[in-house]
Design a protein around this ligand. Structure first.
Ligand code: MLT
Length: 266
């Protein structure tokens, strides 16, 4: 099922199942399709909303500058279009940054937040500089080379060895993202503030999905943040990198369903 909502920008989203709502937000350089091995099982118990964030997949970039906050506004437009006053959020990496921006602006609408290989810390200077170099490379026409080098690094050594087909497919999907969107997301990620304040004070339960072999949000950085929240669900997957929805999808579905059920029962 496919839908559009309009708020700050036109957002394309998929809707499956029925019951309390769970929103799945993808990361960079992906689209909502990333969750296709996760949504069928969740849809047996929940209404699952899976947008393409502005500038990805079937959602246009719009005219407004892309920031984590503008993407959060677009997600709120989807909730409004569905007449929902709240949902459990699962944000993968950049989708987690958007979820935190959403929590900062629309806090009471967040019933729980699953940070899937994501972080509430801002980029440090080294990371910001690396992103600036990538922006330069993309502007000089290096978009494809960057994606071909970046995507394999998201997966664990075990996935690389045993399931290279998954990675190839993901590279093909990453190549769909336009250069202007890539640059816009990287600029937005550089500018995003630290959001650890959203994790303290028991605002909502938080789940941490951590890949032991993740090089984007390293294991130790993930664990470090778990202690900030008062209600924590923590899952560490061995032989998993940054992409559990492809590398460990069965465990992820189970962990997300358990977490969402807990949040919606409170
Ligand atoms: C993502 O998966 O969304 C990105 O790797 C996030 C990032 O670069 O910080």
């Amino acid at each position: 099922m496919t839908k559009y909502s309009a708020k700050s920008s036109k957002l394309f989203y998929r809707k499956f199942g029925s019951g309390p709502a769970i929103v799945l937000l993808h990361g960079f350089p992906e689209s909502g399709i990333l969750w296709q091995q996760v949504w069928p099982d969740l849809a047996e118990r929940f209404t699952v909303l899976v947008p393409d964030l502005p500038g990805s997949g079937q959602s246009s970039r719009g005219t407004e500058k892309i920031t984590m906050e503008s993407m959060a506004d677009a997600v709120d437009g989807m909730l409004e279009a569905e007449s929902l006053n709240g949902a459990v959020f699962a944000g993968h990496s950049m989708g987690g940054y958007v979820s935190l921006a959403f929590a900062a602006k629309y806090g009471r609408k967040v019933k729980g937040l699953s940070m899937v290989h994501s972080t509430a810390f801002a980029d440090d200077e080294e990371k910001k500089n690396n992103r600036r170099k990538v922006i330069e490379l993309i502007r000089k026409g290096g978009r494809e080379a960057f994606i071909r080098q970046m995507i394999p690094a998201l997966f664990s050594p075990s996935t690389k060895e045993t399931r290279p087909g998954i990675i190839e497919k993901q590279v093909e999907s990453g190549l769909q993202l336009e250069a202007d969107s890539q640059v816009a997301y990287y600029e937005a990620m550089i500018e995003r503030p630290e959001r650890t304040d959203m994790l303290t004070g028991g605002r909502f339960p938080v789940q941490w999905i951590i890949g032991k072999d993740d090089t984007v949000v390293p294991f130790t950085k993930g664990l470090q943040q778990c202690t900030l929240t008062s209600i924590n669900f923590v899952s560490v997957y061995n032989m998993c990198g940054h992409m559990s929805m492809l590398e460990n999808n069965k465990e992820l579905v189970k962990n997300l369903a358990d977490f969402a059920s807990y949040c919606l029962r409170r």
